[in-house]
Design a protein around this ligand. Structure first.
Ligand SMILES: [Zn+2]
Length: 359
């Protein structure tokens, strides 16, 4: 499967957090032909299932989030300027002067985030990033009515408008790498396992609203018969000129990240399930697939799934990427290929002899 093409197709599908409808439709049509059954929950989560050959083998959920950081219209003023709020943790300092795509009722509308002219910006102001509440978007409308006629209203969601770029050495820079690579991995693993009946039943889960507090993942396993779960996500990488080695140890191009858990500033606050993590590592080791292991910054849906029902054993495999939550999140295609290989190998090797208990 050509993961570059799968990703570029996904990059064209906008899914600002809480407004994932285009991605829900995309994942239904991509996963549908690859699985035995697929449905959407009322919450918006996509659930696709490939039945296994042995009901004693552990059933596994592969989960990734559909949403990406974005913006939403909060007000349109009489001159047609659009005022907005963030959806998830979009980096404010990357917004000024950027192109944005508004997903209006009448289709996509492009706009730009305005910038105060340098000529009237004081030296002090030039050093600071304005509050998001002080930024505004210009879509070319001359007044509120023209913006309304374009289908733009309070609640119109938007995403960065920059197109994806494929750079040297397979480095891809794009908005929404987090977590379109998760969608790409779900599609690729489902494709790989489609005609190989493995012992385990595999659930391919695409969740809503990770960027706004893991909300989709909190309910996604509630009524599924799942023995363990793996969240597939991105993770911040170091080794860029403005990140210190002591802060982030992951590096792009060195293989996927198999997290031990999550950390805040100097403190680990989530430990992932040891057996699930070791199962992924064993698969990578057996095939000689490179990977990295450490504690990531911030959370993933594994944290939410581990709190479901009686506590589902869960862990995370992630793709290291530079410039997180900006319009130019960057990763190596090779890391994505290796991430898919680890998951396929791990699932193929799973059978009823696997015991998920910790002792
Ligand atoms: Zn993510």
């Amino acid at each position: 499967m050509d993961l570059k093409q799968v990703f570029l197709k996904l990059a064209d599908v906008s899914a600002p957090s809480g407004y994932e409808e285009p991605m829900i439709r995309h994942m239904l049509s991509e996963l549908g032909p690859l699985v035995d059954e697929v449905h959407v929950t009322p919450r918006g989560n996509v659930v696709a299932v490939q039945g296994g050959s042995d009901e004693d083998a552990p059933s596994v959920a592969l989960e990734a989030h559909m949403d990406q950081v974005g913006l939403v219209v909060a007000n349109i003023d009489e001159r047609g300027f659009i005022w907005f709020r963030r959806l998830g943790g979009m980096l404010s300092r990357t917004l000024l002067g950027q192109q944005v795509k508004l997903l209006s009722d009448k289709g996509p509308v492009m706009g730009v985030v305005g910038v105060k002219p340098g000529h009237v910006t004081s030296a002090e102001e030039a050093k600071t990033v304005p509050e998001v509440q002080d930024m505004y978007i210009d879509v070319g409308a001359r007044n509120r009515e023209e913006a309304a006629a374009m289908g733009i209203r309070v609640g119109t969601p938007m995403v960065p408008g920059a197109p994806p770029l494929v750079l040297e050495n397979g480095l891809v820079a794009s908005p929404g790498v987090d977590d379109k690579i998760g969608m790409a991995a779900l599609i690729a693993v489902a494709q790989e396992l489609k005609d190989r009946k493995i012992p385990s039943t595999v659930y391919y889960l695409a969740a809503v609203e990770e960027e706004n507090g893991l909300r989709g993942a909190y309910s996604i396993l509630y009524d599924l018969d799942v023995d363990m779960a793996v969240a597939i996500d991105t993770t911040s990488a170091g080794y860029q000129p403005d990140v210190k080695m002591r802060d982030i140890f992951y590096e792009i191009g060195k293989g996927p990240a198999i997290h031990h858990g999550e950390q805040g500033r100097g403190r680990v606050n989530v430990i992932h399930h040891h057996r699930v993590r070791e199962w992924l590592k064993a698969a990578a080791d057996a095939e000689g697939i490179p990977y990295q292991e450490n504690f990531q910054f911030g959370g993933t849906d594994a944290g939410a799934m581990a709190k479901t029902r009686a506590g589902i054993p869960a862990s995370t495999i992630a793709l290291p990427r530079r410039y997180s939550h900006s319009p130019v999140e960057a990763f190596y295609l090779e890391d994505l290929e290796n991430l898919v290989k680890i998951l396929v190998t791990a699932l193929e090797e799973l059978d009823s002899s696997f015991d998920v208990s910790r002792i």
